[in-house]
Design a protein. Structure first.
Length: 116
């Protein structure tokens, strides 16, 4: 029993070790760097884009933010859904299935509800 406790103590990670934790500031900087890289991607600069190509490169779970006419066309190509986003909208797609579609009025209602 004593040897078992010794073995368990030796295999228990040192919780004070910096290797076990992610530095929040460095993680945030990595995220910002990735966003800036995406901002420079000419395929995302406006105009028609191939949503399937983006989904293939960036993963099957995809969130799009945009407006018509290109936005609705991209959502339709990915999911088959017929929709119109007059101004700014957000959609979440999971493996080609439209999971969430929020239009500006819905986004405002959510923002007002969370401000209370």
């Amino acid at each position: 029993m004593t040897q078992e406790l010794v073995n368990r103590a030796e295999s228990t990670p040192d919780l004070d070790s910096a290797e076990l934790y992610t530095n929040r500031e460095l993680s945030w900087l990595d995220f910002n760097e990735r966003v800036l890289e995406l901002a420079e991607d000419e395929r995302l600069a406006g105009g028609p884009f191939d949503a399937h190509e983006l989904a293939t490169e960036f993963g099957e779970d995809l969130m799009l933010v945009g407006h018509d006419p290109d936005f609705s066309l991209a959502v339709h190509r990915m999911t088959g859904a017929q929709m119109r986003m007059p101004k700014s909208g957000v959609v979440a797609v999971n493996h080609g299935e439209l999971k969430v579609a929020l239009r500006p009025a819905e986004l405002r209602a959510l923002a007002q509800g969370s401000a209370r």
